[in-house]
Design a binder for this molecule. Sequence first.
Ligand SMILES: Nc1ncnc2c1ncn2[C@@H]1O[C@H](COP(=O)(O)OP(=O)(O)OP(=O)(O)O)[C@@H](O)[C@H]1O
Ligand SMILES: [Mg+2]
Length: 397
Amino acid sequence: MRILLFTGKGGVGKSTLAAASACASAAAGHRTLVLSTDAAHSLADALDVAPSAEPSQVAENLWLQHVDAQERFERSWRDIQGYLLSVLDVAGVDPVAAEELTVIPGAEEVLALLEVRAQARSGEWDVLVVDCAPTAETLRLLALPEALGWYMSRVLPVERRVVKALKPVLTRAAGVPMPEDSVFDAIERLHAELDDVRTVLTGPETSVRLVLTPESVVLAEARRAYTFLTLFGYTVDAAVVNRVFPDGGADAWRASWVESQRRVLADAADSFAGLDLRTSVYRDSEPVGREQLLDLARAVYDGSDPLAAGDDRTGLRVRSVPGARILSFPLPLAVQDDVRLARKGDELVVSVASYRRLLTLPSGLARHRVAGARVHDGELQVRFTEPDAGTTPQEST
Ligand SMILES: Nc1ncnc2c1ncn2[C@@H]1O[C@H](COP(=O)(O)OP(=O)(O)OP(=O)(O)O)[C@@H](O)[C@H]1O
Ligand SMILES: [Mg+2]
């Protein structure tokens, strides 16, 4: 089983490259499902077929699915929502307004992730290609299962979870019904599924591929995405620079673009040095339909296997040096000044810009104290010393 996720800034060619890679995978004989969470159906448009909410076969070995997040949302959320509605009813909220209130923003996307998990676990597919939302949403989304899971399992004991979430409503309402077991069950189930989403998406079979165009603002976003995805434990194995102007036959306008793209391509090569960096020319028309997509995939992957995984560079590593242990994990392109570290018991909180990751320390380190940290060689390296080696445990660096 192989899972490829395509993400990048809006409009750079995510759907096109996801579709092209899926076509190549299917042509190589793998049962391939290409799945999109985009309501705009552009994946179906690229393949020149009709969209479908359930996997539907569009070619030999190739299936397409546009996840209907709204429908998934309603299935998984029904019990919880039912309870919320009864609370809002007691509070005298108009039923139509109550429906609106119980649709949680962002929850639909989470449920799209649940569909990715369900398909990955179905045993139906050799390859799953996911056409993700633009970077910002994707990052928020991919950070969610961990954040939510952590929150659910540690911050709130079971009974208080729902009540706490409802606090603003509960304080205004008298005689609020107590949640039934089915509500707790639904929450537990959601929690377990979210946990599994993370297991699937950070597993060795899954890679994220960054799509970008050769423009400096787009590259800047792709660089940030690379850092954050790695921070959250996702393996990025390739970057595809799409819509590169072909050289030659140029007027001044074109020559100037070719030159500026060349500079950005050189920056991209520096930025993504450890990744498989691929380019795709700006074609003279939109690549639509299976033939054109296959042709695009051939040009992009240039004889190498589209499904090949890059080196596995994720995960925490601990090594011993004289007098200390070094915990390291990849944090490409991060600058020391942007990284904040805090220690809370057996957890290390790593923040880069507005993203925060909670890492549970390996048991061998939990009692050690943080002696220092640095960003070096694309890694965050945290130095731990024996607990008795000096002063009080350090809270942050
Ligand atoms: N290499 C290329 N040459 C020419 N046209 C391209 C190329 N790649 C993509 N396109 C065209 O660019 C447009 C945007 O591509 P696509 O829909 O794949 O982008 P996207 O990143 O998925 O966009 P969105 O963020 O809206 O989902 C489409 O019309 C597509 O056909
Ligand atoms: Mg798209």
